[in-house]
Structures are given as C-alpha cells and as structure tokens.
Design a protein around this ligand. Structure first.
Ligand SMILES: [Zn+2]
Length: 685
C-alpha cells in the first residue's frame, strides 16, 4: 500500500516540518525478531504519543516497511515508502496509543554478519528496522524486546528484565526509564558472554565478549571502572542511566557507537596484553562513555551544534586519559591534533566549529581544543560549574551552542566573546594561541628542543641524542631515533645501541619501523625485537630479518610460530606468507599454509583479516578460485572502505585473462548481488 494521492502529499507537506511541535511521542514498546535466513525483521510496536496541537494526521518514519496490522480506534493508517501516516482527527492534549505489526528488509542500520546481528543508528536511520522518528528532537522512552535464536545473547538499551523461551526463541526484555533520540536505539545479538563490574557509585557495568576471547577481556576493557568513576567525579553529574554495557562486534562501521547504555564497538579493539600496548580500546572506551552525558543526555538540535557531541566526548576522553597516563600524554595528543589542524588550516581548508558539514577532524579535535582553551580562560572551577549547570538544566532535552555559552557566561565574569570568535566561528585554526598553551608543559618544551635538533648536523648533537635515549621519554626517545634516519650507519651504531638498551618499547619500535637495512653490528640487538611486547614491532622485525637473513628464516619463524598478533592476525599472516616462500618446509606443509592464508580471505573472517589476506594472496599467481570468490564477495560488502579495496583489487585481477576466465566460469554460482555487480562492472552476460 504505497500509493498516496497528490492531495495527501500536499496536505502532509506542512505537517512534515512541524510535527515535533504538534505531537510528542512518549514511549515505544517494541518486539523485534530478526530473521537470520532472510536478513529481514519482523516487529510489533506500541507507541504512546501526546497530541500538542489539534491535527489531522501524525506520522512515523518507516522505510520500506510492510505494515501488516494497525490498531488505533477511530484512526486510519497508510504506509508510504518512507512513512506511516495515521489519519485523525487528533485532539489537543490527549494521549493516544497506536499498535503496528510490520516487516522490513533493512538495507542499512541493521546488519546480519554471520551469527551476529547489530544495529548502527547514527548517520543512518533507525526507521529502517523500527518505525520511529528520524529527528533528534523527539526523545522517546524505547523499551525493546528482542527475539533471538536460543543459545545466543542479546544486548540492548536499558536493563534486562527477563529472558524467556517461547517457540524456540528467547525473548530478551529490556527496559529504559528515560527518553532518548532514536539514533541511539540499538541492540546486538551474538555468541557473547559477559563480565560484570560495578562503578563506585553502584552502577552495573557489563562487558561483553566472544567466548574465544575470554583471555583478552582484561586487556581489552582495562581501566573501564577507572574511566567510569573518573567521569562521574569530573563531570560532577551522576551517570544518568540505569546501567552501562559494551559489546564488540564483527565488521563494525566505526570505532565505536555510544548507543544509550549500550555501546557497540569494533572487534578490532579486542586485544591481548601485547596488543594493548599498540592499539588499546582505552580512548574509544572513554569517548563513547563520555557521550552518555554529551550527546545522549543532552542532544544537539541540529548538525550546527555537532561539536557539543564530538568535541565534548573527545575532550573528556582526553581528560580521562590524562588521569591514567599523565599530563605528558595529554599534551602530546593535543600537540598532535594541533599539527593536523594547522595543516588543514594552512591549506585554506580550516572549518568553523559551527559548520554542520565540517569534517571529523574539526568536530572532534578542534572541538576538544576549543574546550581546552576555554577551560584555561575561565578557570577549572567555573568551567566545571558551567558544565554541571548545562547538563542539569537540559538533561533529556535538546541543546544548542548558545545553551552552553549561557551557562559559561552565568558563572564566569571573563569575557568569552573573543574565544567565541576565534574558536567557534573562525574557520582558521588559532595556531599561535595553541602553541602558547602547549608550551605551558615542560614535556612539550623538551620535545620542541629535541625537534629543533633536526636542523643540526649529527656530529654536533651526539650528546643531546644520547641523553634523549638514556632515560627516554617515549616520544622524545622516538624523535631521537627518527633523527638517525639517513645518516651514515657508522656514525649511528652507538646511538642505536643506546636505543636498544633503553628497553623502552616505543623507542625500540621506532627502530623497527625506521631501519631499512639491519647493519651487521646490530643484528643481535635487532633480533631481540622479535621478543618485544608489541605486534607492530614484531611484524616489522620478522619481515626485515627474514628478507635480509634468509638463511635464518626457520629460526625466526620458529620463534613466532604460535603468535597471531592483532585481531587481523598480522603476525600469523606474515608468518604464513614467509613460510610459503621458504625452503625450510615440505610441499605439503606449504600447501597447508597456503590454504590457511586463502581461507582468511573468505567471509568467515572479519574484513580486517580479509583485507590483509587479500594483499598477501595477490602475490600468488595464478589466482586461486577461493581468492577470486572472496574478492567478488568483498566487492558487495556493506562496509564501503573494505568494499572499495576489494573492488579495486578485483578490477586489477580481472585484467588477467586466466582470472577473468575463472570468474566467468563461476558466474552462475555467485549470489544475485554479486552477479549484478560483476555484470555491471565487467560487462559479463
Ligand atoms: Zn563520538
């Protein structure tokens, strides 16, 4: 029932823009059943809404949904491609209740990935799977019941009231007590277990994980309680929701998403204690948690004020990291983001923080900088009071930049007009002001002194570099190593030795990443990098050692034969690639290695694993059938970045006659979506 008369369209045009003023949706109680085999969703939803102004019609956003049943007395319902209309009359100040049964094949927002289903509402529309209001300004209490296959686990917004079995499914009944914007509604289904903590204030915190990753729970979620307690104290307003939960999922589109009480994040952050040193979840963990206040509790009215979400979450995550890693780290991150912002600004591409189309760099990093400077300007006490008043006054409501500024002005007698012009309105980045703030830090002054040595010949700075490598600060020590790059090796041996001896993980990593040839005199030291607690270091060292000293390959490979590396299996995949190309293994062993590497290209693995496997498999010709199938499959993946990689590689591979012939011969066996892509791209019939 998708036909609607021109008359109706005309009539609704006016209401479309103003519904938030006419109708207030209060509560949604939905039962959602994802159908894994068909990648579709069946649901029933009950909406309670209050009519604020007499009106003839009320809509809900509902994209390509088949409404199978509607119940609301005295009301007619119509489904359009993107909306469900309820045709009244509706009386001012009266509450109504409407029920729908519906089905949909969500093209986005809800994703079926192997044995998981998860949602992503921001940047997409929740109305792909749940009739709702795609407008941040209508905050609704969403109570979800998710029907999932028995044996799987569900996480969703709010607290779990019950999980009951009916008709071969488990119904997970979740309860929210406060309203939120619809982009924050979420759930995830999968094979998960959880570890439970409690914040010092008594809020339950559940940390979900895949059973195979049970040994990685501690390093992955390290500092979670510290972060939580820190935010409650620092922000000064208690955590506003019933509980907090986090779950890592496969093939996620972003680093993390701050769904209310229910953060979903990328499985790539699941690390062991070695991976933690290179790629920890701490920053994302802090960022999404900060959003529970900044974004979820107080929500922008529109994109112009997006920095109230991202700038604040970035700034508060930085404060939380300062609390854990110390002040040097805080300034180091500010310095790095300033460098990026200065570069953007110097290219004439600087953006105002109030530009709704600004880049992430602006919303996140310039936003954090603006708050850092504001905090310095008005002082910590006033800043903190303003934040508390701002959150308290507007909790569970929507906000503009002006709302925040009003609170700052109310508690501080400092004139912030200049700051507004410089940091909110102006598009260029205030580099000098940032620099003045940075050199407040002793560490940054020392670091700048170290970078100033870049212009000085090596022979004149040996003593300074030696000092920098003797009791190294992570960043200054790395800087000293980078300054050895391109210098005659005979003049640098002693300094590299100092670097190795420092036993500083990041200084040694800088050596692994920057040395292109291993001098004979450093071979033993270089070999010791294989034992470092860093998968970045191990990967670089294994590669260079095996290329430069092929006679020792078996020895090096033996050392790392049990190591997987990051979630993308960086060490394992490199290991296989080298082993396949080595003499030390039999043909049947090599065949096994090849099959293992080949399997990593398939959809049984995450796109991070697959992307790396693609790069290795490209080296082996003729291309195998499994690999070609994986490239075709990757070319229709839901995640555009990975899809582009697969498409570009497929295009390259298809220029070879043998690969082209294989793909043509397999055409019939591909899915409809894959066939359509191949046909349109390569003119196959
Ligand atoms: Zn964010």
């Amino acid at each position: 029932m998708k036909v609607v008369s021109l008359f109706l369209l005309f009539l609704y045009g006016h209401i479309f823009a103003q519904q938030v003023q006419d109708v207030d949706f209060l509560k949604a109680e939905a039962t959602i059943q994802p159908i894994f085999s068909e990648k579709k969703v069946k649901g029933t939803v009950k909406y309670t809404f209050k009519v604020l102004q007499k009106t003839d019609s009320v809509y809900l956003d509902a994209i390509n949904m088949q409404i199978t049943k509607v119940a609301l007395e005295g009301v007619q319902a119509k489904a359009e491609a993107n909306k469900i209309w309820l045709i009244g009359p509706f009386v001012k100040d009266r509450e109504y209740v409407a029920f729908f049964n519906y089905e949909a094949n969500p093209k986005q927002t809800m994703y079926f990935i192997e044995d998981q289903v998860w949602t992503q509402g921001q940047g997409k529309y929740t109305s792909h799977w749940l009739p709702s209001i795609d407008d941040m300004n209508d905050k609704i209490e969403f109570d979800l019941t998710i029907a999932a296959p028995m044996g799987t686990t569900v996480m969703a917004n709010g607290s779990l009231k019950s999980a009951t079995e009916r008709n071969g499914l488990t119904y997970w009944d979740w309860d929210m007590q406060q309203p939120m914007s619809s982009y924050l509604v979420a759930f995830a289904i999968g094979n998960f277990k959880k570890k439970s903590l409690t914040s010092t204030s008594g809020i339950p915190i559940d940390l979900y994980y895949h059973p195979k990753d049970s040994a990685k729970v501690e390093p992955t979620y390290r500092y979670t309680k510290v972060l939580f307690d820190f935010f409650e104290t620092e922000i000064g307003l208690p955590y506003p929701w019933q509980n907090y939960k986090q779950v890592p999922v496969r093939d996620f589109l972003y680093a993390g998403m701050e769904n209310t009480t229910a953060t979903i994040f990328s499985e790539a952050f699941v690390v062991d204690s070695i991976g933690f040193n290179d790629r920890s979840y701490v920053n994302v963990n802090a960022h999404e948690l900060a959003h529970q206040w900044f974004g979820n509790l107080v929500t922008e009215t529109e994109g112009t004020h997006h920095w109230l979400h991202e700038g604040f979450a970035t700034y508060y995550a930085l404060l939380a990291e300062k609390n854990i890693y110390g002040e040097d780290y805080y300034y180091w991150k500010l310095y790095n983001s300033a460098e990026q912002l200065i570069e953007l600004s110097e290219q004439g591409k600087g953006e105002s923080l109030l530009n709704p189309k600004a880049s992430s760099l602006t919303f996140y990093e310039k936003g954090a900088w603006a708050l850092h400077i504001l905090n310095e300007l008005v002082g910590e006490e006033a800043f903190s009071e303003a934040i508390q008043n701002y959150l308290h006054r507007h909790q569970f409501k929507n906000v503009t930049t002006q709302d925040f500024l009003n609170e700052v002005k109310a508690v501080s007698n400092k004139d912030i007009a200049r700051w507004e012009a410089d940091w909110l309105q102006q598009s260029a980045f205030k580099a000098e002001q940032a620099y003045t703030s940075l050199i407040e830090s002793d560490f940054i002054r020392d670091y700048f002194e170290a970078t100033a040595l870049r212009r000085i010949p090596l022979s004149e700075k040996i003593i300074q570099l030696k000092t920098a490598l003797t009791f190294p600060n992570d960043f200054i020590g790395q800087e000293a190593i980078y300054q050895l790059d391109g210098e005659p090796i005979s003049a640098t041996i002693a300094l590299y030795k100092k670097g190795f001896e420092s036993n500083n993980l990041y200084v040694r990593q800088a050596i692994a990443m920057s040395l292109e040839i291993i001098p004979k005199q450093l071979r033993v030291e270089y070999e010791s990098l294989l034992d470092d607690a860093s998968y970045v270091t191990q990967e670089a060292a294994l590669y260079l050692l095996c290329s430069q000293f092929p006679e020792n390959r078996t020895l090096y490979l033996d050392k790392l034969k049990q190591v997987e590396g990051f979630q993308n299996k960086n060490i394992r995949q490199l290991w296989l690639y080298i082993a396949i190309n080595s003499d030390g293994f039999s043909e049947s062993e090599k065949k096994q290695f090849f099959q293992e590497l080949e399997a990593y290209t398939t959809s049984k693995y995450s796109f991070e694993v697959r992307e790396l496997a693609f790069a290795y498999m490209l080296q082996f010709k003729p291309y195998s059938e499994v690999f070609l199938r994986s490239l075709v499959n990757g070319s229709v993946h839901h995640y555009w970045r990975f899809r582009d990689v697969a498409r570009n590689m497929l295009a390259e591979v298809m220029t070879e006659a043998a690969a082209y012939a294989t793909v043509v011969s397999l055409l019939e066996s591909f899915s409809e979506k894959e066939q359509n892509y191949l046909k349109s791209k390569f003119e196959l019939k």
